[in-house]
Design a protein around this ligand. Structure first.
Ligand code: SF4
Length: 494
């Protein structure tokens, strides 16, 4: 599009759906033979939280077994030959979306290390905001890092805490780290779960039968193995599961809860419950608020599939305008389709979405989507709907404008690549070619969550990518440390 507002970097992969990406999902289980097979199922349910790599570590009472691979869970953990050698009644797993740096096997979690007390594996959802600073200190003290993930500092901090039980040493390590983390760890005959004091990322406890306990990023991973939801792990809580009991520790000073509000908007699966709330219901509520805040006359409400659907239903219910699937998504276009020819590049978004022409032609259409990141996909969707004969195309977004980067475990472009960082809503509307564009307000979002409004100065959730109010110290960023370069190479002169 030839527009003076066009950001310079507009040459994205046409198969990139221009969404922010959750970086990881974690799963742990103890008390069930073939725990690794259960972990594989759990990770399969968490596949939306990371599609580039997965790993499982199991413990059989004497030995640890592991398998790590690049690619989807189903591709790597459905073979009998792999699962059958990962024996034992305890296992943890991780599914990962790599952000900066390499998608190398050495970065695939769970990370494993041999300590004086035996083997220990850990898997992490989130992002540590002081990892680079800690890493430099640890390297100076003689630690040799084998990966480029922030999570490895936890392994070295456990090694540095030389005395106490495994749990004591784990807690000692956590006292040094800052940022967002939901962790599962596996040691001899126990799994450990931990959530950072602000509880930014989710972690739930489930129970399969009297002696089988499960930890998972989301409840949909409990459902797939038939486990019952017990409760959310609390912010700042450490739980130790030995197959018979659940021990709970609260070793940190209490902090205000700052759960990631974007989990409700987009990241979590709509069939999951988070902090006692149905994600699907929250998304519908957001659609209702959006319709109240930004009504417009139209003939049809069309969700941008799949993530725009629940909010579009809410918008339709509130507005009384008919809802229809005016865009159909092809679910078989995967990330493996990575080197399009010029011809395919030209086809762009049509590889993934197609307008359902009969329901759109001649109509005033309201499109509902969950977010606009760089604006690339929105532009193509609007264009496609117009080409299918729509008389008017209005876009409604179920998040506030994404103006700031996330440092707590969501892959976000640099602020200058975010459309909302650079332009007003009106300019963004022109950019994507819509007749009108509106986002839900921050207060509207909080109302959809059941709050009367956002408490300025002490918001009830983390909403930093919308507001710029970062609840947890950005230590590396403030020290001008490059969090994206957690490499083996120290800077010259250090
Ligand atoms: S900055 Fe945004 S995406 Fe990141 S944790 Fe906060 S609300 Fe979630």
């Amino acid at each position: 599009m030839n527009d003076p507002l066009l950001p310079e970097d507009f040459s994205s992969n046409p198969l990139d759906d221009d969404k922010l990406r959750e970086e990881c999902g974690v799963f742990g289980i103890i008390g069930k033979e073939s725990a690794a097979a259960m972990a594989a199922l759990g990770l399969h349910a968490l596949q939306h939280r990371g599609q580039e790599a997965a790993g499982i570590v199991s413990f059989d009472g004497e030995q640890f077994h592991s398998h790590h691979a690049l690619g989807h869970v189903g591709e790597n953990f459905s073979a009998e030959s792999i699962i059958s050698r990962m024996i034992g009644p305890a296992a943890i797993g991780h599914t990962r979306y790599a952000t900066t740096g390499e998608t190398a096997l050495r970065n695939v979690q769970p990370l494993f290390a041999d300590f004086d007390f035996g083997g220990f594996a850990v898997a992490h959802n989130g992002n540590l905001t002081n990892a680079y600073s800690l890493r430099k200190q640890l390297v100076k003290r003689g630690c040799l890092f084998r990966s480029t993930t922030d999570t490895e500092v936890i392994i070295h901090l456990i090694a540095m805490a030389r005395t106490g039980s495994i749990v004591d040493r784990f807690i000692s390590a956590l006292r040094h780290i800052e940022g967002a983390y939901s962790l599962v760890a596996l040691a001899k005959n126990m799994i450990i779960g931990a959530r950072d004091p602000y509880g930014v990322r989710p972690l739930v406890l489930g129970k399969l039968d009297d002696v089988t306990y499960v930890l998972a990023s989301e409840t949909c991973a409990l459902d797939i193995i038939g486990a019952d939801f017990v409760r959310d792990i609390e912010p700042g809580e450490i739980v130790v599961l030995d197959g018979k009991t659940v021990q709970s520790f609260h070793p940190f000073a209490p902090a205000p809860s700052k759960f990631c509000i974007f989990e409700y908007i987009y990241f979590a699966r709509p069939d999951s419950s988070v902090e006692g709330r149905s994600v699907y219901e929250m998304r519908k509520n957001i659609g209702v608020e959006l319709a109240k805040e930004s009504p417009i006359e139209a003939d049809i409400i069309v969700p941008v599939p799949d993530s725009g659907t629940p909010s579009a239903i809410g918008y339709a219910e509130e507005s009384g305008i008919p809802f229809d699937l005016g865009i159909i998504r092809n679910h078989y276009v995967g990330r493996t389709f990575i080197q399009p020819t010029d011809r395919i590049r030209h086809l762009g978004v049509k590889l993934k979405h197609n307008a359902n022409r009969r329901f759109i032609e001649g109509k005033r259409v309201i499109l509902v989507d969950d977010s606009i990141v760089r604006g690339t996909t929105s532009t193509k969707i609007v264009e496609m709907v117009r080409a299918a004969g729509a008389k008017e195309v209005h876009m409604r977004i179920s998040s506030p404008p994404t103006k700031h980067s996330c440092f707590y475990g969501i892959d976000t472009p640099q602020p200058e690549k975010l459309l909302a960082h650079n332009y007003t809503v009106e300019q963004m509307g022109r950019f994507i070619g819509a007749d009108s564009l509106a986002f839900i307000s921050l207060d509207g979002l909080y109302r959809a969550m059941g709050e009367t409004k956002r408490q300025a100065g002490m918001p009830q959730y983390c909403d930093a990518c919308f507001s710029g109010d970062y609840p947890i110290s950005l230590t590396d960023l403030n020290a001008n440390e490059n969090q994206g370069v957690l490499s083996f190479l120290a800077k010259a002169g250090e």
